[in-house]
Design a protein around this ligand. Structure first.
Ligand code: F6P
Length: 543
């Protein structure tokens, strides 16, 4: 079947299902068994989506007609799927086991991937054993990651999620993250940290990101001032550089032995599996980091090998396509019911919106369908006391992703175990009420309720159940979303691996900085910019 006829068939299905409430669909007792799918301890339940198994089959046909099978082979095989930058996007190679082979331009990249992991391992061992010494000879006990976007969000999210997997050797190291260019995170930290025992990890694929370089310059000066030593000595003892641009890192002053490298074919928002994951290995050790890679690899193999009608990333992506393109839903809430996943929504915001927030197709023409929706989220239990009101009684249709581990605190106090049950109960209850609305109540009671106590329900949701949250299952979860994003990009025929949209703003900010520094207003600026610059200049003079 052609893509056009697949879309046509789907539009007809959407039309015929438009008045069907989820409560009617859920009356089918076999629905959970038919619409929930499992791979290696990850369960994806789609029974609360507003479709039928037949529609899911039509969506699978759309994926087939869109050339997804070839698309997956191209991605994992190292083809230049990022056509605007003429690059492969080989995050999957970063988690390929040592005996695997992935060719880029005829060269196997796995040996250098493994060599970098080995170098990371050596640095981590030096740190954990107290052998990395600062300028005064004291052992480093604090690591500060300086990076932004993909060079921050992935490691931050994973370190927060996996804190309890810290091996004893890692307990002596305190870890911090600094990203924002305004220096507010850094200034607070520097007033508390001991310069003699602090190591900065400068994480930047391009090594040109002004946010990161500004924070790094402030940190370096702080160390120079505190030690009274030359910059060069400080850089040798207190800075590691992680980058795909070693020349630029060297130019900035990071000695080669303190550099950990990755490759242009690793996208920034797909880079936590590379040396950018160094802070994760500081936190959970290399064995834990390798578990994270193994979990992601398990999802990669599943993505590559499983039939689409039981392929978790493909099914998650197709569900999104149905909601966005056929049901006209433009918002996706990410709702983890586990505080350890607090940074997952921010991580997925970048992964999904920077990847698929596009409106130009691979052939250069404008898309004729909607692409990435607005994605946001919060730890579910907290969101219940914030924006769930809108989900339950607002005017917006929102698709929700609930994410929760089945087991937690198994070897801890019964009180904590009870708290986890409470979180699970809330997660299941919210998903149920969002789907069923008043239909979850006794019909007489529902009918007697005043309008402001009515619940329309019919909000679609997916439930992702992990057996437990571990480095392995977190790796699976992140890879699940990465491949979801790629699948949708193939269907929308867009490039998920570039981000030209953010480039113009960066360029303009440089011009604006010049104008602010010189108190000079370029007359080419628009009137709003001129007005604000003049106001800032006038107020600035008064201080
Ligand atoms: O501004 C967007 C971006 O390029 C992201 O894609 C990237 O993750 C982030 O900036 C940081 O880039 P870098 O690692 O090169 O400093």
């Amino acid at each position: 079947m052609s893509r056009d006829s697949c879309w046509r068939a789907l539009r007809q299905s959407a039309h015929s299902l438009q008045d069907t409430h989820l409560s009617e669909l859920l009356a089918d007792e076999s629905r959970f068994d038919t619409l929930s799918f499992e791979h290696d301890g990850v369960l994806l339940d789609l029974s609360r989506q507003r479709f039928t198994p037949d529609v899911l089959q039509q969506l699978v046909e759309l994926a087939q007609a869109s050339g997804l099978r070839d698309g997956i082979d191209a991605l994992i095989g190292g083809a230049r799927v990022n056509h605007t930058e003429q690059r492969a996007a080989l995050h999957t190679a970063l988690r390929t086991p040592a005996d695997g082979h992935v060719l880029v331009d005829g060269e196997d990249v796995i040996p250098e991937v493994q060599a970098t992991l080995d170098k990371m391992e050596t640095l981590i061992a030096t740190l954990h054993s107290g052998q990395w010494r600062g300028f005064s000879g004291e052992a480093i006990d604090t690591v500060v990651n300086i990076g932004v976007g993909g060079s921050d969000l992935g490691p931050l999210m994973a370190c927060h999620a996996l804190e309890e997997f810290q091996p004893d050797a890692a307990r002596s190291i305190e870890l911090h993250f600094v990203s924002s260019m305004d220096g507010s995170q850094l200034s607070g930290l520097l007033s508390r940290l001991n310069p003699a025992t602090t190591l900065f990890v400068l994480s930047s694929k391009s090594f040109t990101t002004i946010d990161t370089l500004a924070n790094a310059a402030t940190a370096c000066q702080w160390l120079v001032d505190a030690s009274g030593l030359e910059r060069e000595i400080i850089l040798r003892h207190h800075f590691i550089g992680i980058t795909a641009q070693p020349d630029k890192a060297s130019e900035w002053g990071i000695p080669t032995q303190n550099q950990l490298l990755f490759w242009e074919w690793t996208g920034g928002r797909y880079s936590l599996w590379s040396a950018i994951g160094f802070p994760i290995a500081v936190q959970i050790g290399m064995a834990g980091f390798r578990q994270l890679l193994a979990g992601a690899h398990s999802m990669d193999r599943h993505f590559q090998q499983a039939e689409f009608d039981r392929n978790l990333p493909v099914l998650l992506a197709l569900t999104g396509i149905w909601n966005i393109n056929l049901l006209d839903i433009h918002a996706n809430a990410i709702l983890p019911y586990d505080g350890r996943l607090a940074h997952l929504p921010a991580y997925l915001e970048q992964l999904e919106m920077e990847s698929n927030g596009k409106s130009v197709r691979l052939d250069g023409n404008r898309v004729d369908t909607r692409t990435c929706p607005v994605l946001w989220g919060e730890i579910g239990p907290n969101a219940q006391h914030a924006f769930y009101q809108l989900l339950h009684q607002g005017t917006e249709a929102v698709m929700c992703d609930f994410i929760v581990p089945i087991r937690r605190y198994t070897d801890q106090s019964p009180h904590l175990q009870e708290q986890h049950r409470l979180a699970l109960a809330n997660c299941l209850a919210q998903a149920r009420v969002l789907a069923l609305g008043d239909h979850a109540l006794d019909p007489q009671q529902a009918a007697a309720a005043p309008p402001w106590k009515r619940y329309r329900g019919n909000q679609p949701s997916s439930m992702i159940l992990l057996d437990e949250l571990t480095p392995y299952s977190l790796g699976q979860l992140i890879a699940l979303y990465e491949h979801k994003v790629y699948t949708q990009a193939v269907i929308w025929q867009i490039n998920p691996f570039d981000q030209w949209g953010v480039e113009l703003g960066k360029k303009m900010a440089t011009e604006m900085l010049g104008a602010l520094e010189q108190n000079a207003c370029d007359h080419d600026f628009d009137c709003a910019t001129r007005g604000l610059l003049e106001r800032i200049a006038a107020r600035g003079d008064r201080t």
